[in-house]
Write a protein that binds this ligand. Sequence first.
Ligand SMILES: NC(=O)c1ccc[n+]([C@@H]2O[C@H](COP(=O)([O-])OP(=O)(O)OC[C@H]3O[C@@H](n4cnc5c(N)ncnc54)[C@H](O)[C@@H]3O)[C@@H](O)[C@H]2O)c1
Length: 263
Amino acid sequence: MRFDNQTAIVTGAASGMGRATARLMAERGAAVVINDVNEKGLATVADEIRDAGGQVLAIPGSIGDRAFVAEATAQAVHDFGRVDMLFNVAGYAAYGPAESYDVWDEMVGVNMSGTYYFCREVARQSMIPNRKGAIVNVSSLSGLVAHPNDIGYIAAKHGVVGITKSLAVEWARHNIRVNCICPGFTMTGIFEAVTKEEPDRFALRARKTPLGRGADPREQATVMAFLASDEASYVTGVIMPVDGGNMALSSGWFPPEVHPANG
Ligand SMILES: NC(=O)c1ccc[n+]([C@@H]2O[C@H](COP(=O)([O-])OP(=O)(O)OC[C@H]3O[C@@H](n4cnc5c(N)ncnc54)[C@H](O)[C@@H]3O)[C@@H](O)[C@H]2O)c1
């Protein structure tokens, strides 16, 4: 699966799934425009891609800032001529009880609105005029189901699912496909740190996952690459859990004797 002569924007590319996606797309021939609020981390990833022979442009800034997103897209179009693919990976979580949750605006402003801002800008500045585009948004299992003390993230990630479906049906006439993955627990920086500090909590999470482990970020990136590729030319509006079977196990019940972790 190659992406030669194509340009991809990847947000949240300083770490985790965004980094894995940017590196994978560059490996497979795409010019990548990478974005993150973490300027230093972004510069490191840009160096990694360049050192591996890839073509990369780093544009630091927040996806929650509508004017920044318009300028970043304009810069990508200016430097590379067009944007063929957008991977909306940037996001973060902030927990707290719903009755006193006071980071609602920031949470929805980045995770949900930021995702829409980038879709809108790449569509109007490049994909609609070129009649070609593939967008992959990153929601979460928290975009499909709920758990306590996470209202802002859950609402925003459900919003990402809604944005994906809306744009898929509206922009099909422009030959733009819009899909979404819902990762289950994935061993990015946050999870790796907590796994070390709280091994019991993560052993429990793994036991509740049919495949018995967290995903490697590259396992999310390869699915995103497929959805953006011509191999998926008839796939749009799809909300795809990439979760080691978590959603299928909706009962939350898994007899220990049949769990892979127990042989
Ligand atoms: N790791 C998981 O288990 C998991 C599960 C479900 C969904 N997700 C989602 O996957 C995506 C990637 O997360 P990850 O696990 O790789 O975490 P991560 O923290 O490694 O990567 C997220 C990146 O987004 C960046 N970011 C945060 N706010 C931003 C903003 N306003 N503008 C630009 N960049 C910003 C961060 O600096 C970070 O580099 C997120 O949307 C997250 O919500 C993660």
